[in-house]
Design a protein around this ligand. Structure first.
Ligand code: NAD
Length: 264
């Protein structure tokens, strides 16, 4: 299927690794020019090189890498300035740490809200009206399965991501909906990325358990009996950006191998 994306420009935040990289890869394969960001310049450069090697033969695709923290005003300005126009915005950043809410002060909350709620909203604000004026736009917010089923230790994530989800539920249904702009959330369950490996291993070590056995047990607890891959995640992102998905907006799409136990 031709997704009709050739020649579009995408800003994919936090994309040197993991799910962001999966989204950037899928978009490049569809002929989309991408600006990718991450804090570490070396890993970002390496990813940009990998992405350039994925460009389908015969297509002209630009890959630009902008190192910086997307949760800061400077990081956002640099990312926006690198993109001649933004047709597709993929919001992503690192997730907040686990913990007990009794230990979190105002600064801890503000940091989580900045990364996982206010930064996506700032980037949407900077781009969405121009998308509407051109008659096409796609905003994909990478959030978490925790939006549908909260995870006890991840209160900061549950709170900040639910705030973003509530805000965009209203925005997606505003006047931009009639002007070709869709906004959707992509909710990862457990995906085999560096973050999952680090957090699962650290948790197992803390509990005095074997990290490999913990990894396998966690996989077995998912109906699909495996973790998702960044490529699978990216493919769904590319579909949401497609012209065919123009009537799909204001939704939260869970990608979790069946882990969420509810019917709705
Ligand atoms: P990852 O650690 O594998 O990759 C994160 C990427 O984001 C890296 O490229 C890193 O450099 C970049 N990054 C992090 N903070 C940044 C910042 N402030 N500015 C710019 N770049 C930044 O993580 P992942 O597994 O791909 O997760 C992506 C998001 O999805 C996170 O918010 C995570 O909490 C969420 N999530 C992941 C899973 C999972 O199973 N992997 C599950 C639920 C939610």
């Amino acid at each position: 299927m031709d997704f009709g994306l050739t020649g579009k420009w995408a800003l994919v935040c936090a994309a040197s690794k993991g799910l962001g990289k999966g989204c950037a890869s899928a978009l490049v394969r569809e002929g989309v020019n991408v600006v990718i960001t991450a804090r570490g310049a070396a890993a970002l450069r390496a990813t940009a090189t990998e992405l350039r090697a994925m460009v389908p033969a015969g297509l002209q695709v630009e890959v630009r890498a902008v190192a910086g923290d997307i949760t800061t005003a400077e990081g956002q300005a640099a990312a926006l300035a690198a993109c001649p126009q933004i047709d597709i915005l993929v919001n992503n950043a690192g997730g907040p740490p686990p913990g007990d809410f009794r230990d979190w002060d105002r600064d801890t909350w503000i940091k989580a809200l900045d990364a996982n709620m206010l930064t996506p909203i700032a980037l949407i604000k900077a781009t969405v009206d121009a998308m509407a004026a051109r008659g096409y736009g796609r905003v994909i917010n990478i959030t978490s399965g925790a939006v549908k089923a909260p995870i006890g230790a991840l209160g900061l994530s549950n709170g900040a991501r639910s705030g973003l989800t509530g805000f965009v539920a209203g925005l997606a249904r505003s006047a931009i909906a009639a002007r070709g702009v869709t906004i959707n959330g992509l909710l990862p369950g457990a995906f085999d990325t560096e973050r999952l490996r680090t957090t699962l291993r650290a948790g197992a070590q803390q509990a005095g358990q074997d990290p490999d056995a913990t990894w396998r047990a966690r996989e077995q607890a998912i109906p699909a009996r495996r973790f998702g891959t960044a490529d699978e995640f990216g493919a769904v992102c590319a579909f949401l950006c497609s012209v065919q998905a123009g009537y799909l907006t204001g939704q939260n799409i869970l990608l979790d191998g069946g882990a969420y136990p509810g019917t709705y």
